[in-house]
Design a protein. Structure first.
Lengths: 115, 116
């Protein structure tokens, strides 16, 4: 079975641009979470979506938004990119709402560089 | 303000010996703790977890100990193998707050290096 897949694997953008990252969860998983990992830090929670609804949001500005589609895949959008948005963006899926004990299955991430 | 702290950025252990990775937390609402392992160019993979109602959980070579009064947990790997060389993240969540939908809070990670 395929694991969590993310695209693209690498992306270079300039300040002020907008970016869309994509994630396909493991088949049968209904929840998708997004995490940002800055170099030298641990992953930081951005969003959790379950059954197409936002169920949790971390401490990120409104420039960050996401959505989940009927097939449970998800997109993360970041507007007005800043240099500080350069990071590895990780998508994780779980069968049900995660964080309550469900272990997360992570993809390999999208490395975003903002110049 | 870091709620999950891993104070050792790196740890070097000889193959066959015990590796002990430490983690401290400050949020008393955390009631579930997990360890993830990460290789370069890959996403983190789940290793082992422990609920706050337990003080020990074991899975093969991996054992996690939880000391709630000290807000401290540790991961023991015995015996350490070369394939264990990776970055290990401690993570915590609160199932009683927000229904667990607030995501996991991760530490900064400890880079474990197993020396042959």
């Amino acid at each position: 079975d395929a694991g969590v897949t993310q695209s693209p694997t690498h992306l270079i953008k300039t300040r002020g641009q907008q970016v869309t990252l994509r994630c396909s969860p493991i088949s049968g998983h209904k929840s998708v979470s997004w995490y940002q990992q800055v170099l030298g830090q641990g992953p930081q929670f951005i969003f959790q979506y379950y059954e197409k609804e936002e169920r949790g949001r971390g401490n990120f500005p409104d420039r960050f938004s996401a959505r989940q589609f009927p097939n449970y895949s998800s997109e993360l959008n970041v507007n007005a990119l800043l240099l500080g948005d350069s990071a590895l963006y990780l998508c994780a899926s779980s069968p049900e709402i995660a964080g309550g004990g469900e272990k997360l299955f992570f993809g390999s991430g999208t490395q975003l560089s903002v110049l | 303000d870091q709620q999950v702290k891993q104070n050792s950025p790196s740890l070097s252990v000889q193959e066959g010996r015990i590796s002990i990775l430490n983690c401290d937390y400050t949020n008393s609402m955390f009631d579930y703790f997990l360890w993830y392992k990460k290789y370069p160019a890959e996403g983190p993979t789940f290793l082992i977890s422990i609920s706050s109602i337990k003080d020990k959980n074991e899975d093969g070579r991996f054992t996690v100990f939880l000391n709630k009064s000290a807000k401290h947990l540790s991961l023991h790997i015995v015996p350490s193998q070369p394939g264990d060389s990776a970055v290990y993240f401690c993570a915590a969540s609160s199932r009683t707050s927000g229904g667990g939908a607030d995501g996991l809070t991760f530490g900064k990670g400890t880079h474990l290096i197993i020396q042959p």
